[in-house]
Ligand binder design. Structure first.
Ligand SMILES: *Cc1c(COP(=O)(O)O)cnc(C)c1O
Length: 425
């Protein structure tokens, strides 16, 4: 592979042209394995950022893509419809919280978030109310486009770079009580203050249910989410749940909001929707929100991407949801969770480790010092695993098909890294 060209001309996520880090050449991937050009195979601990839940190169997902590509890979969605979209949305609605009845298909997680924010703004506009603000949590992550970034943690996403251009929203303190800890009612104080203080200007609350992902891998108590729902109802504010990372079984429930027994008014899904085959996302809402949006001045919902409901992506997504409906994911995720619960606490014996936490098929080791990316990545690849930490967070969200031996390999590699001072700054 022409790695020299890659290094000189191609941007990777959050990388510098002045100091490009090593990229590993991958030629194929199969099941839980990623294959490098030099013949080595790595146990995947990332599911390609939450996406490849059923593993790579899955025969039934491949078949769905082949069958569809021989019919058509794309056709516009304006004035045209097709079975891949209809079948996918039927399945999606049958799995989602039952108050959600209307689906908007979009191209990426960030766009699904943009769409959810626009829905909330148009909803209040239709009702003749000016509500230009969103309330969200610190340490959150909702994507890299501007509106999504505006509700992402202001420090992590460096809002200072975009001052004067980026809309300014309202941030409440993130929950302190972990999922397995004793609930502390005070966790909701700041959120309650903010929502009561700004109720008339807030269109919606947006947050990640149960797990704050890229903003800090924080796994919080279900009572927080329950409290948020109660307060949104009390103050008449819409609740948008961003299930882009957590959706489709990752936390041990099909959707993370089920841990708290609550339903959103608007829900975003993405990442695992096609099991990592293609980019596709969706924003779901209730009939009431959808019809209110469309009863306003515009007379419709004002959004329509070129590649909306791409048939190829929809066909694969439909098949991936069918695989989930067969139900095996539940035992698979439980096995992974039990393995994390058995193994991660022992890592607390290392001085470097500040905290370990897990939920479903998510395992997190938080360290006291930031990792040295180049060194720790080299060590992991040497150990035969693919784990991509950021800052002080070494975390795993392996494909659901991972067996104990694969999880053991991931945890063992992390333990080896913890013993190597070069891996940390
Ligand atoms: C990844 C992510 C997004 C953004 O999705 P993209 O497909 O990268 O645009 C939004 N919200 C959450 C919670 C995510 O994890």
């Amino acid at each position: 592979m022409d790695l020299d060209f890659d290094r000189r001309h191609i941007w990777h996520p959050y990388t510098s042209t002045l100091n490009p880090l090593t990229c590993y050449p991958v030629t194929s991937a199969d099941g839980v394995y990623v294959h490098l050009e030099d013949g080595r195979q790595l146990v995947d601990g990332m599911s390609s950022w939450w996406a490849a839940i059923h593993g790579y190169n899955h025969p039934q997902l491949n078949q769905a893509a082949h069958t569809q590509i021989d019919k058509m890979s794309h056709v516009m969605f304006g004035g045209i419809t097709h079975d891949p979209a209809i079948n996918l949305c039927k399945t999606l609605l049958s799995m989602a919280p039952e108050n959600l009845e209307q689906v908007f298909l979009a191209d990426s997680g960030s766009v699904a978030v943009e769409v959810s924010l626009k829905m909330a703004l148009q909803y209040w506009h239709s009702k003749g109310q000016q509500r230009p603000k969103f309330l969200t949590l610190r340490d959150g992550y909702h994507g890299d486009t501007f509106a999504a970034m505006s509700v992402t943690d202001p420090d992590n996403s460096m809002h200072s770079l975009y001052k004067g251009f980026l809309p300014e929203h309202i941030f409440a303190a993130s929950p302190k009580t972990g999922f397995h800890q004793e609930w502390d009612e005070a966790d909701l104080d700041d959120f309650r203050d903010k929502i009561s203080q700004h109720q008339h200007e807030i269109a919606a609350v947006i947050l990640e249910p149960m797990v704050q992902g890229a903003g800090g891998m924080r796994i919080y108590h279900p009572n927080f989410l329950q409290g948020v729902r109660v307060l949104c109802d009390e103050y008449g504010v819409l609740l948008i749940l961003d299930e882009i990372a957590t959706g489709f079984g990752r936390t041990g429930k099909l959707f993370a909001c089920e841990h708290a027994g609550i339903k959103p008014d608007i829900m975003c899904v993405g990442k695992a929707l096609t099991s990592g085959y293609m980019t596709l996302s969706a924003t779901l809402t209730s009939k009431e929100v959808a019809d209110t949006v469309c009863s306003g001045e515009a007379g419709c919902f004002m959004h329509g991407p070129t590649f909306m409901a791409n048939p190829l992506a929809c066909a694969v997504a439909g098949k991936s949801l069918e695989l989930l409906q067969q139900g095996e994911w539940q035992a698979q995720v439980e096995t992974i969770e039990a393995n994390f619960a058995a193994q991660l606490p022992k890592l607390l014996n290392y001085d470097l480790v500040k905290d370990v936490r897990w939920l479903g098929a998510i395992g997190v080791v938080e360290t006291k010092r930031p990792v040295n990316m180049e060194a720790i990545q080299t060590l992991f690849v040497g150990q035969g695993v693919w784990i991509r930490p950021f800052g002080k967070l070494i975390y795993m969200m392996p494909p659901f098909i991972s067996q104990d031996e694969h999880i053991n390999a991931l945890v063992a590699a992390i333990e080896t890294a913890l013993q190597d001072p070069h891996c940390f700054q």
